[in-house]
Design a protein around this ligand. Structure first.
Ligand SMILES: CC(C)(COP(=O)(O)OP(=O)(O)OC[C@H]1O[C@@H](n2cnc3c(N)ncnc32)[C@H](O)[C@@H]1OP(=O)(O)O)[C@@H](O)C(=O)NCCC(=O)NCCS
Length: 331
């Protein structure tokens, strides 16, 4: 076994489809209002694919941006991890489709299912291959086409989500920068709080499962909200404490974008500086595995995420899945 090294992010690429759905668009299809959506969630608009565009398409665009940024050819990638809850199809994996669309051969990869925590979980999965020396270039992609699994007559869920993707390249770090530590936790007792019951081995797709709308997102919004506010802060506290890091040391907090109120409550509980808290849910909604790389991109564009910054990532999602990552930003 090789000596463990830290993995670091050496490129970040993102992609959202051009079509935008505003809150005003939702006012036309469900009983809702721009005011309700903004005040309860912070969302103003989200991007949505046109028919025929799948998760792998978004993932490939994000991956290409990352590769261009790093100035390398796709053939240099050794493995691809795709975090998604909306794969193009149950199988083959979206990673295979992305590999093929990128035109690379002789590499491997897989999909990782952890809903809204999938990006931070995939980041750690990819980082382990770098840390052990198994691979030197791993592409980690978070991508979801949430519009493909939404019920556009259910006002409590359809307004929340959007489509988008982000990709990071992981490579070995030569020093102490890069991914420092993580704290993940799953809790399947919350499975029925946010789930898509149909289309799997328990309820294979039939006319009946479709009639019962089992092929779309079901959510107990308040249960998810309460769990998220409690657990997101809890895992972050554990992570910071065991690394001897104080809230004031965090330059940039990049949380999963599910609800602005969850983010603000978490940041307040942790005592983070408000100017370091990244929120872009107003522009993208909840893109599930795409939120954290999209928020990293926003932070970079705003000049709030710079090389050398100490960064805290945090997420809560269906499962329940919970994740927090501490890293020293390297690009
Ligand atoms: C979904 C969520 C925004 C709902 O907000 P809330 O303040 O909890 O609202 P409630 O569910 O209590 O509903 C309050 C009322 O608003 C209504 N409502 C729900 N969606 C609405 C909408 N889009 N427009 C207007 N009214 C709406 C409800 O029907 C309910 O009406 P009632 O009081 O007449 O029954 C909130 O619970 C939430 O964000 N939860 C977490 C969801 C999440 O993060 N999911 C992803 C996890 S990764």
């Amino acid at each position: 076994m090789n000596k463990c090294v830290r993995a670091k992010i050496t490129a970040l690429g993102t992609y959202v489809p051009p079509r935008v759905m505003t809150n005003a668009d939702f006012e036309k299809i469900v009983e809702t209002s721009d005011e309700w959506i903004i005040s309860r969630t912070g969302i103003r608009e989200r991007h949505v694919v046109k028919k025929g565009v799948a998760t792998s398409d978004l993932a490939v665009e994000a991956a290409k941006c990352a590769l261009i940024q790093r100035g390398i050819d796709a053939s240099e990638i050794e493995a691809i991890v795709v975090a998604t809850v909306t794969p193009d199809m149950l199988f083959p994996s979206t990673a295979c489709l992305v590999q093929h669309k990128l035109g690379v051969k002789g590499i491997w990869g897989f999909d990782l299912s952890a809903a809204c925590s999938a990006f931070v979980y995939a980041l750690q999965a990819g980082a382990q291959f770098v840390a052990t020396g198994a691979h030197k270039k791993v592409l980690v992609i978070g991508a979801d086409v949430m519009s493909s699994i939404l019920d556009y007559t259910d006002r409590a869920t359809c307004i929340l989500f959007g489509d988008g993707a982000g990709a990071v390249l992981l490579e070995p770090s030569e020093d102490d920068s890069g991914l420092i530590d993580f704290k993940h936790e799953i809790d399947g007792s919350g499975a029925c709080a946010l789930y898509m019951p149909g289309g799997g081995s328990l309820h294979p797709s039939t006319h009946e499962t479709v009639d019962k709308k089992m092929h779309v997102v079901h959510q107990d919004g308040q249960a998810v909200f309460k769990f998220a506010v409690k657990k997101m802060a809890e895992v972050c506290e554990t992570l910071l404490e065991r690394n001897g890091v104080k809230a004031a040391d965090i330059d940039c907090f990049v949380p999963h974008q599910a609800n602005q109120r969850i983010i603000k409550a978490t940041a307040e509980r942790l005592g983070l500086r408000p100017e370091g808290v990244i929120i872009n849910i107003d522009r993208y909604g909840n893109t599930t595995a795409g939120t954290i790389p999209l928020a990293m991109q926003t932070a970079r564009e705003d000049g709030r995420l710079k090389k050398g910054d100490l960064v805290l990532l945090a997420s809560v999602g269906a499962g329940f899945t919970v994740g927090a990552t501490l890293l020293r930003w390297t690009i």
